[in-house]
Design a protein around this ligand. Structure first.
Ligand SMILES: *Cc1c(COP(=O)(O)O)cnc(C)c1O
Length: 372
C-alpha cells in the first residue's frame, strides 16, 4: 500500500463506541457525533448503532449528517445567513443559534420544521489553550449570561453549552455543570433539551464514567430536560494511524527524517496547537534521535522529535498514532502533496479502501470551468 494513508481500526472504534453506549445507558444522555472532528462516512455504519445522530455547522456538513448518518441532525453555526438557515432546515431537526440577533432574525423560518435552541456561554471552561477556549475574553461563541432575560426562553426549545476540550476529569466537568445549574437553572427549567457540547473525554483510560453518568442523570432530572453531549474526539481517539514513509534523512546539527506527509496539509492541528505527534515505532529509551520532518516548504513544519532503538532508514514506514480527529476533515492540497488515502481495517482483518485521491482531484479543486 502506497503511503501516505490513514488506517482506521474498526475494533478500536468499536471499543470507544462501547464506552459511549455505556454512558448513554447509565445516564440517559443522547450522543450526537460532532462531524467537524470526523466525518469519514465510510465508517458511519459502524457508528450508527451506538450514537443518536450528528451535529454540524455548515450546510454541507448538516446535509452529510442527515444523508449519511441519519438519526437526529443538529445544526449550529457561529453565523448563518438566511439562505444557510433555509438550506440547513431541509436537513436538520434542531437548529441552534449563536446569538440573540441570529435567533430573532431566523427563528420564524424554523416554525414547524425544527426545534430551536440558543448557545449560551457559561463564561467558564476546561479547554487548555486560549485559541480553543470558548470562554476566552470577548468570546463570540454563545450568548453571555448578562444578556439573558427570562422572556428569551419563552419560545425556545433548548440550549447548548460547549466549554470543554479534551477534558479528562469527571470532577472538572461536574464543577462546570454545578456552576451552570446554579446560574442558568431558572432558564433551563423552561426548556425541553439541553446540550452540554463536546470535549468530554469519557473514552480516556480510567475516566470516571459512572461518576459522569450519575451527574448527568441528576442534572437531567432536576431540570426535566433531555440531555445531549456532542462528542467528536472522544469517539475516534486512538483509532487511526497515519502511515508515512521516510524519503530522506538530512543532518544539519540534528538528524531529520523527512517523511512523505506534512502537518500543514495532513495533520494541521499538530501545527496549530503546537502539539507534537506520537510515532508508534518510537521508543523513549532509544539512542537514535530524529526530528520527524514534513515534506512541505514551511520551515517549521515537523511532526515531532522522537527516539528510536535502531537508526531510521530511507524507505522505512512509520506510523503517526492517533490521527483520526481533525485530520481527514482538514486535508488540503498545500504544495500539491499526495493526499493520504483512507483505509479501514475491519474486525475480520480485511482492509477496505474508503478513499483515494488523484491528480484530477487536485486540479479540479483549483479551477474547473476553463475550456483549454
Ligand atoms: C468542536 C465542538 C464539538 C466537538 O468537540 P470535541 O472536542 O471533538 O469533542 C462539539 N460541540 C461544539 C459546539 C463544538 O464546537
Amino acid at each position: 500500500m502506497k503511503t501516505p494513508y490513514f488506517m482506521i481500526d474498526e475494533q478500536k472504534l468499536i471499543n470507544n463506541l462501547e464506552q459511549a453506549k455505556k454512558l448513554k445507558q447509565l445516564s440517559g444522555v443522547k450522543l450526537v457525533l460532532a462531524l467537524k472532528c470526523f466525518s469519514t462516512w465510510g465508517v458511519f455504519d459502524v457508528m450508527k448503532p451506538y450514537l443518536d445522530g450528528t451535529t454540524s455547522s455548515g450546510p454541507f456538513e448538516v446535509r452529510l449528517g442527515a444523508e449519511k448518518f441519519g438519526g437526529e441532525t443538529h445544526a449550529y453555526s457561529v453565523g448563518y445567513s438566511q439562505e444557510d438557515v433555509e438550506e440547513v432546515l431541509q436537513y436538520c431537526n434542531k437548529i441552534i443559534f449563536n446569538s440573540v440577533s441570529q435567533l430573532q432574525a431566523n427563528r420564524h423560518l424554523a416554525d414547524g420544521k425544527a426545534s430551536v435552541g440558543l448557545r449560551l456561554n457559561p463564561g467558564i471552561s476546561c479547554a487548555g489553550q486560549d485559541l480553543a477556549d470558548p470562554a476566552r475574553q470577548y468570546s463570540r461563541l454563545g450568548v453571555q449570561e448578562n444578556l439573558l432575560i427570562d422572556e428569551l426562553f419563552d419560545d425556545l426549545d433548548g440550549a447548548m453549552f460547549h466549554m470543554n476540550c479534551e477534558n479528562k476529569s469527571a470532577d472538572a466537568f461536574i464543577a462546570l455543570l454545578d456552576s451552570i445549574s446554579e446560574r442558568f437553572g431558572r432558564y433551563l427549567e423552561k426548556l425541553d433539551w439541553v446540550s452540554l457540547g463536546g470535549g468530554v473525554f469519557f473514552t480516556w483510560p480510567d475516566y470516571e464514567l459512572e461518576k459522569l453518568a450519575a451527574a448527568l442523570k441528576i442534572f437531567a432530572e432536576r431540570f426535566d430536560v433531555q440531555l445531549y453531549l456532542e462528542p467528536g474526539e472522544a469517539i475516534i481517539t486512538q483509532t487511526t494511524d497515519l502511515a508515512v514513509t521516510v524519503v530522506d534523512i538530512v543532518e544539519n546539527g540534528i538528524k531529520t527524517a523527512i517523511v512523505d506527509s506534512a502537518t500543514e496539509a495532513h495533520r494541521l492541528d499538530t501545527l496549530i496547537y503546537n502539539e507534537p505527534a506520537t510515532i508508534s515505532e518510537a521508543s523513549e529509551k532509544g539512542n537514535h534521535q530524529y526530528v520527524i520532518g514534513s515534506c512541505s516548504c514551511l520551515a517549521g513544519d515537523q511532526f515531532c522529535v522522537a527516539n528510536f532503538e535502531q537508526p531510521l532508514a530511507i524507505g522505512q514506514k512509520l506510523h503517526i498514532a492517533d490521527s483520526a480527529g481533525y485530520t481527514m476533515v482538514k486535508l488540503n492540497w498545500f504544495n500539491g502533496l499526495r493526499m493520504p488515502s483512507i483505509y479501514c481495517r475491519r474486525i475480520d482483518g480485511a482492509v477496505e479502501k474508503l478513499n483515494e485521491f488523484t491528480y484530477q482531484d487536485f486540479e479540479s479543486s483549483l479551477s474547473r470551468f476553463l475550456i483549454s
